[in-house]
Ligand binder design. Structure first.
Ligand code: XUL
Ligand code: CO
Length: 437
């Protein structure tokens, strides 16, 4: 008999913005068309297993506050089944089609990697059945190569090959499990791939190891017939002082250097962008420029605290700017919007999980509609085109095509008269943004 953890909560429906019901969508209407696609297709909303099913509220100063009922069972396999029951009940009630997971979110890690592999195999079989019953899919899977103390000096970039090969084995197991569950993508987030001090680190050698490993993963995935995408998720720091996958630009440089650019895309997380001193939209645009905008981990940081607070998205301005990049670059390549976010440790009611995800989905829906409005009903697109019009013809166009030499540029640059100020009109652009929703 399956568990029913949220029986006091009904399926979440779209009620429109006039609704004052906290457990209803005000803006996310899955079947509504925006620029020719339904919201459901644009977003592919996903629940992050680690936060929504495994988090217990513990922080460096305090113990567990969230005693999720599905995690109280002592038998390891039964506990994992209970957690899967809760996950699928939650996803169905939210109307989300996807979830994302780390190997050891699904079931507790064993004392050895072999034991973990056995456990993962057992829970995968159970989850697969639940997928068949419900049609719920995996947006991406990944391996947690950062929690186990064996990874304290790094995983694939560990100075000790014994640890690097253990990490490789764990990733193979997680990748195989992801494929077994039909995962549409596979993520690499290198939580321990980086360093604490350069004094004891051969950075070049560690990066080479990561490059070799990713190439071997590409070969393996092809042999296995994997049709999905590989994503790298940039983050500048935390838990290491300096992570190798610092930001979008760094990751793209790495992928190009090691010949991985055709097989990898990026999974951009909002709070990671903030930590890298970038805006979310900047990170998306850098990925889009390289044709690598793969997926999004949706959350938000805190304006005052410089760490990864992983709060649910409510920042409408930030989301509209992100959705402008999203729509202009044709959406995500293979990925979706995964709520890599957690309720605060003092949000201890089960309904808080629902309220948080509803608010996140509504923020993206509002952002998408506002971006559509900006692109189709305002002067925005023309203003932006106009700003670059000097490159549309004449010498500007010749320069853009690479037809002007330095001598040509010298002559043109020196010969012309005084150049008048051209306003950048930032406040006008901002007023379009501010009036778009
Ligand atoms: C950590 C983080 C991870 C990745 C998956 O900051 O974002 O949860 O998304 O490993
Ligand atoms: Co993430």
């Amino acid at each position: 008999m399956e568990n029913n953890y949220f029986k006091h909560l009904q399926k979440i429906n779209f009620e429109g913005k006039e609704s004052d019901h906290p457990l209803a969508y005000k803006f996310y209407n899955p079947d509504q068309l925006v620029m020719g696609k339904t919201m459901r297709e644009h977003f592919k909303f996903a629940m992050a297993y680690w936060h929504s099913m495994n988090d217990n509220g513990a922080d460096p100063f305090g113990r567990i506050t969230n005693l999720y009922p599905w995690n109280q069972e002592k038998d390891v396999l039964q506990q994992a089944k209970n957690r899967a029951d809760a996950a699928f009940e939650f996803l169905q009630k939210m109307g989300f089609d996807y979830f994302c997971f780390h190997d050891i979110d699904l079931i507790a890690e064993g004392a050895t990697l072999a034991e973990t592999e056995k456990r993962v195999g057992q829970i995968i079989a159970y989850i697969k059945e639940k997928q068949q019953e419900t049609g719920i899919k995996v947006l991406w899977g990944t391996a947690n190569c950062f929690s186990n103390p064996v990874y304290m000096n790094g995983a694939i970039t560990n100075p000790d090959f014994r640890v690097a090969s253990r990490a490789a084995a764990q990733i193979k197991i997680a990748f195989d499990a992801s494929m077994e569950l039909g995962a549409e993508n596979y993520v690499f987030w290198g939580g321990r791939e980086g360093y604490l001090s350069l004094l004891n680190t051969d950075m070049k050698r560690e990066l080479d190891h990561l490059g070799v490993f990713f190439n071997k993963m590409v070969d393996y995935a092809k042999q296995q017939g994997f049709k999905g995408n590989f994503f790298v998720e940039p983050k500048p720091a935390e838990p290491t002082k300096h992570q190798y996958d610092f930001d979008s630009a760094t990751v793209i440089g790495f992928l190009n250097q090691y010949g991985l650019q055709d097989d990898f895309k990026l999974n951009i997380e909002v709070n990671h962008a903030t930590l890298a001193q970038h805006t979310f939209e900047h990170e998306l645009q850098v990925a889009a420029n390289a044709g690598m905008l793969g997926s999004i981990d949706a959350n938000r940081g805190d304006n005052q605290n410089g760490w990864d607070t992983d709060q649910f998205s409510i920042n409408i301005y930030e989301t509209i700017e992100a959705m402008l990049v999203f729509l202009k670059s044709g959406g995500l390549q293979g990925g979706g919007i995964n709520f890599d976010a957690k309720v605060r440790r003092n949000s201890t009611d089960l309904e808080d999980l629902f309220i948080a995800h509803i608010q996140g989905a509504d923020t993206f829906a509002r952002g998408l509609m506002a971006a559509e409005h900006i692109l189709t009903n305002t002067a925005y697109t023309d203003m932006l085109k106009q700003r670059y019009q000097s490159y549309d013809s004449g010498n500007g166009s010749a320069f853009e095509k690479g037809e002007l030499s330095i001598q040509d540029l010298y002559k043109i640059g020196v010969k012309q008269g005084e150049i008048p100020h051209t306003s950048g009109k930032q406040e006008l652009y901002e007023s379009i943004l501010a009036n778009s929703f």
